[in-house]
Write a protein of this length. Structure first.
Length: 123
């Protein structure tokens, strides 16, 4: 199980529209004063993790849309057997690569299904 705080906060706050890590990095950053001007101190690693979560969520959404379109094309009979085989292999490799990158950032598949508030879950 992943003990990443970005993955546990979503269960506590179901109305989050941004990935938790990105959202937390933008909330109440530490402020310091330099030369009379205030500076924000943002944790770069948390921003990176949140951005990775957001980008991977969008890529997963696009992948699922491509899968649905491929199924619709197969059902309509507009693809021959060779095209179906190539399309299946391509989508399978794409899913494997997405899983590899997701794991590299310590994210679970559920972490990519962000809550859009009243619209429900994204995926």
């Amino acid at each position: 199980m992943n003990d990443n705080p970005s993955t546990t906060a979503s269960a506590k706050e179901p109305q989050r529209a941004l990935p938790d890590a990105l959202d937390r990095s933008l909330q109440a950053p530490a402020a310091s004063s330099v030369g009379g001007r205030k500076r924000l101190e943002i944790d770069g690693e948390r921003v990176r993790d949140g951005l990775a979560q957001l980008v991977l969520t969008l890529i997963k959404l696009l992948h699922e849309l491509l899968e649905r379109q491929a199924i619709a094309r197969m059902d309509s009979g507009s693809l021959d057997d060779e095209e179906i085989e190539r399309l299946g292999l391509t989508l399978m490799r794409q899913a494997e690569e997405l899983a590899r990158v997701r794991e590299a950032f310590g994210l679970r598949d559920e972490d990519l299904n962000i809550d859009l508030g009243p619209l429900g879950r994204l995926l």
